[in-house]
Design a binder for this molecule. Structure first.
Ligand code: LLP
Length: 429
């Protein structure tokens, strides 16, 4: 399952296909995903809930390839979405709208209308302003909007601050003190139906402790709501577990997180018949993907600095440049060659931060194939056309089959076509 080196020549494979073959057939840079691994990560969440009523809503933002959404939808997944585009993609991939939740601090009127027409399960609302806007849209369209309040629990998730979302001062969620008044207001609104409560404290979380603090905050609110006669149908725990980016890094297995959440929720909310929701993104797709790239050539700079200039960059994989994130980088060919010399893996983009890995010990040569590991989440979904670079290609491997996830690789001509027709005479001036 996933990635390994099954043959005597020691080259890297994804399931039953060698990455060399994928590079030959589809070129580079290309994201390569293992379908079996995505399925097994989803199943790990789903299974861990056992008989408890639950819904695992995959966070589409982690990787929005239709082929991946289809894979998950066909396994019964729900989806956590944050834009009209994500809702449309989930529906296009066959998602049951009743399993779609809609989060985000800035839902536009057209997005709200789309969600109402689609008949989603729940809006996770993040402010009083949004509540009023949803009421107005639902009234206009003659619908009733199911809502949950996304609570900002003011809990420190102990992660990189740029991916924490539940600190009191952050833009996300509703301040603990404002939550009850908001539910009271929602109860008065004729086109809003209160169905749940939700939360999200951050991403890449590696221990259950902040999650358990969060459940206590939520439980407190659920009890107070109950006392006022507001009975909820579901509680949404937010995102999923962190993953290992460095070899040997200790991580939180999804099953362990789910068990801890369910146990805690049962303990602090006895007698509440709640469905449990969770919105994992990273831990379903991160380890199931690599970015396959080719070394253009090696370059030397002053004081012994060495670079492998590759055909991928921060445009294809932004995380190192944006967060200083670490991705293991390795040769696709056998790692037999030894070296002591550090080398930095750099892209062609005109930014000093366009370094995918700094001072790595990798024996690499001109024209080598390399992969950045653990790139299935927030890789392609954060890729851009910066420096007018076409987006990378993506393939989904299942056993010995390779399914291209795009009709064809984007080209620079597509970038021109998006702004001006190539057939339009006026394009010439
Ligand atoms: N639900 C909500 C409301 C979220 O905001 C997020 C992630 C998730 C679910 C999924 O969380 P996960 O299971 O993936 O931890 N671009 C960053 C990560 C940003 C995550 C933002 N929210 C990165 O590359 O590390």
């Amino acid at each position: 399952q996933g990635f390994g080196r099954p043959t005597p020549d020691g080259t890297l494979w994804c399931e039953g296909v060698s990455l060399e073959e994928i590079a030959r057939r589809f070129g580079t840079p290309t994201y390569v995903y293992s379908k079996a691994m995505i399925e097994s990560r989803f199943a790990a969440y789903d299974r861990a809930f056992g008989e408890t009523p639950h819904l695992v809503c995959y966070a589409v933002k982690a990787n929005a390839a239709l082929g991946i959404l289809e894979t998950l939808a066909s396994r019964g997944a729900g989806f956590d979405t944050v834009s009209g585009g994500e809702i449309l993609k989930a529906v296009a991939a066959g998602a049951d709208p009743k399993k779609i939740v809609f989060s985000g601090v800035g839902k536009s009127r057209p997005e709200i209308a789309l969600a109402l027409f689609a008949g989603i399960r729940c809006f996770n609302i993040e402010s009083i302003e949004e509540l009023e806007r949803i009421e107005a849209e639902a009234a206009r369209l003659g619908r009733r909007a199911p809502i949950a309040v996304r609570v900002n629990p003011d809990v420190d998730p102990h992660v990189e601050e740029r991916i924490a979302t539940g600190l009191g001062t952050s833009k996300f969620g509703v301040d603990r003190d404002d939550v009850l008044p908001l539910y009271r207001r929602a109860r008065e609104l004729p086109h809003v139906e209160i169905v749940g409560i939700s939360c999200h404290i951050g991403s890449q979380i590696q221990s259950t402790e902040p999650y358990l603090c969060m459940v206590e905050v939520l439980a407190d609110i659920v009890r107070q709501l109950h006392a006022e006669g507001i009975v909820l149908k579901h509680i949404d725990f937010g995102g999923g577990a962190g993953v290992a980016y460095r070899e040997g890094e200790k991580t939180l297995p999804p099953g362990e997180l789910v068990s801890a959440l369910v146990e805690k929720a049962r303990e602090v909310l006895p007698g509440e018949a709640l469905t449990y929701l969770i919105e994992p993104g990273r831990s379903i797709v991160a380890e199931a993907g690599v970015l396959l790239m080719r070394v253009e050539f090696l370059k030397h700079a002053r004081a012994g600095a060495r670079y492998a200039i590759v055909d991928a960059s921060m445009s294809e994989l932004l995380r190192p440049a944006l967060y200083g994130a670490w991705h293991e980088i390795e040769r696709v060919g056998s790692a037999a060659a030894q070296t002591e010399l550090p080398i930095s893996i750099a892209g062609p983009v005109c930014e000093s931060t366009d370094i995918l890995g700094r001072n790595r010990i990798i024996a690499t040569f001109d024209n080598d194939l390399l992969v950045a590991r653990t790139a299935g989440a927030y890789g392609m979904s954060m890729a851009s056309n910066y420096n007018s670079r076409p987006l990378p290609f993506e393939v989904l491997v299942s056993g010995d089959r390779v399914e291209p996830l795009q009709k064809r690789r984007q080209t620079p001509l597509d970038l021109i076509e998006a702004q001006r027709s190539l057939l339009d005479k006026s394009a010439a001036g």
